[in-house]
Ligand binder design. Sequence first.
Ligand code: FE2
Ligand code: FE2
Length: 194
Amino acid sequence: MLPERDEIIAFLKKHISIERLIHCERVEAAALQLAGKFGADPARITAAALLHDVCREHSPDLLLQLAIKFDILIDDIQRAEPLLLHGSVGAALVESELGIRDQAVLEAIRHHITGASSIGALAQLIFVADFIEPGRTFEASRVLRLKAPEWEADQILLYVYNQTLRYVVERDYLAHPDTVMGRNELIRKGVKAH
Ligand SMILES: [Fe+2]
Ligand SMILES: [Fe+2]
């Protein structure tokens, strides 16, 4: 059983700003629009999209503390960039505080920042929706909003992986292996972004 939308919103208001909450609602709307293409269930989309950034405003120190409390394995990249933990910590938090046991929803929250290989349709969709929501004003997001209606789910997903990697490479940030592995899985399937 997933919590009602009102309960989710009340919970979010305790953790994030109104601006962030509006971002989460835009992710929900974007994900619902692409639901048919990815084959995900609307109730799960609402829960995962609204809750994906519940820990996005936690400090790096708090994220590290909560990761330890929730027994989350912290990898090298997350140790160097603790903000990358807001997905895994968010999933653990909604499991413990809201009693969410739905594995697809937890997976989508956990992997929304970097993507990953072998994730389900809901997790793929939330990773994409976080990138494509209309509050994202950068060029690649604008391009994808135009192209998404005519592209297949895998092609959209590959585009997001490519742009996510491009983003970290251009800024000399660390690339997370989950992003590379998520992308490789699509390339091996023969998916082409263009
Ligand atoms: Fe996030
Ligand atoms: Fe987000």
